[in-house]
Design a protein around this ligand. Sequence first.
Ligand code: ADP
Ligand code: MG
Length: 550
Amino acid sequence: SPTVERHAFEAEVSRLLHLMVHAVYSDKDIFLRELISNAADACEKLRYLSIAEPALAAGAEGFAITVTADAAGRRLVVADDGIGMSRDELRDNLGTIARSGTKAFLDGLEKKEDGGALIGQFGVGFYSAFMVADRVRVVSRRAGSDEAWAWESDGKGTYELTPVPLEEAPVRGTRVELALAEGMETYAEAATVERIVRAYSAHVPVPIRFAEVGRDEVRELADGSALWAKPKASATAEEYREFYGTVAQAWDEPALTLHYRAEGRHEYSVLLFVPSEKPFDLFDPARKGRVKLYVRRVFITDEAEILPGWLRFARGVVDSEDLPLNLSREMLQKNPVIEAIGKGVTSRLLSELAKTADNDADTYAKVWAAFGAVLKEGLYEAPERRDELFRIARFRTTTAGEAWRSLADYVKDLKENQTAIYYALGESREAVLASPHLEGYAARGLEVLILTDPVDAFWVRTALGFDGKPFKSVTQGAADLDAIAKPEGAPEEAGAAEVAALAALLKEALAERVSDVRASARLASSPVCLVAADHALDKLTEKLVARQEG
Ligand code: ADP
Ligand code: MG
């Protein structure tokens, strides 16, 4: 008799399942998208492995996902002939939360309570099946194995693992069987299943078939063709949006879609998206790029780091015609073809961003608000891209109100005798605007860049300037504003001799507590402020450095 093993879910899985079942999502349809996405991943993994080991996929005429609805039995089954799972893999993959995304999702939920607002940002994975099913059974046979196992659970704390006779298991791959909960009958109806597949999964790179229990006909709901391989002219906005959802596991409206085919020294197709919303883990140090590498329509890896870290918000696919299919992990690193593709795609993406900035300022403002802080990392990580990045960088300034300003805007409006681009670092816009350091600049109508992202303190010190104008902090050294005229009607200043006498008096009184006391044009209404010496660290940099070292 088969030995049934009962296991308890990891505590976090139980928490997730509880949240999942109790009204996290109003939109339960997404469970099918998640199961199909797993099935497609499994097919792509096997497609890749079978290049080196054809026996693994023996007997298959290609890969497919089959969705079977049983309205009378209130059941829905999603089957694939992909890589499958061994007993240990069933336990590890479906009993624990290994994915950082799922964990971040849980934490986010607990903080916010409002799951609906978060849903756009997360692929919630296999466990979402329990939103619609009160029992889930997963029968799986790992490709090449002569064992099959079933995983089964009602989602209430424990699951069971049972060996399955081979004749009851798929030849290879996985069958996910859902016993639908009361009220969820619609998910066993043809019309519902078809609608969801077309809305969410029409462009997964594996064909999707649909069958109904009691009917012979099998229909193809999606042909598994790669959208990126289609000519741009024949792809629709709808198709792009749906594919974005599949490939990025994100459900916002992409701000930018980049689809092209490169020919010449290297041939490759690109379908990339820039999201319009910030993903939750943008600054997670473990977060890698999310561009998937394909070779001639075969998925190879999403760990190839095709784009530099400062473009890590871009999502999508690069499909090479030139690379070998049997790329090993070592071959992915420092691979000249991948590097050349990465450079080409980077240039194209930057010029596309520049175009958006010129032609559609509203959309671009969203992109910059979400990803500007990431793009600015490129200003010091990739000096050779600095000009391109300066072209698309946007800033809040002391004189522009809510408008975003480019450096070109800034330089175009320089005051007479102004030779530098002034900036003020600070923790927030309000803090900067309240700083007395700005008074002299304000009195002269000078524009000052307001820099409040942590990366700002780093790039602004290494960038040599823009258009021949150096960047100059308002808190550093002598403000040197004498050359720039105040507008008419500004209050009269004290005579130079009187000011010099006062400075000398103060310096004597403060003795070694200061290195110097000097008259400066930087203040307008405050009598005095502290500044760093000319070559000392900027005040905020000092703070940041102290924080890192402390
Ligand atoms: P994710 O797909 O983001 O990794 P899921 O919760 O959807 O997270 O799935 C967890 C893991 O379970 C997958 O990473 C995969 O290893 C395994 N898995 C799920 N469904 C399948 C399947 N149909 N075939 C093979 N493995 C699967
Ligand atoms: Mg998944």
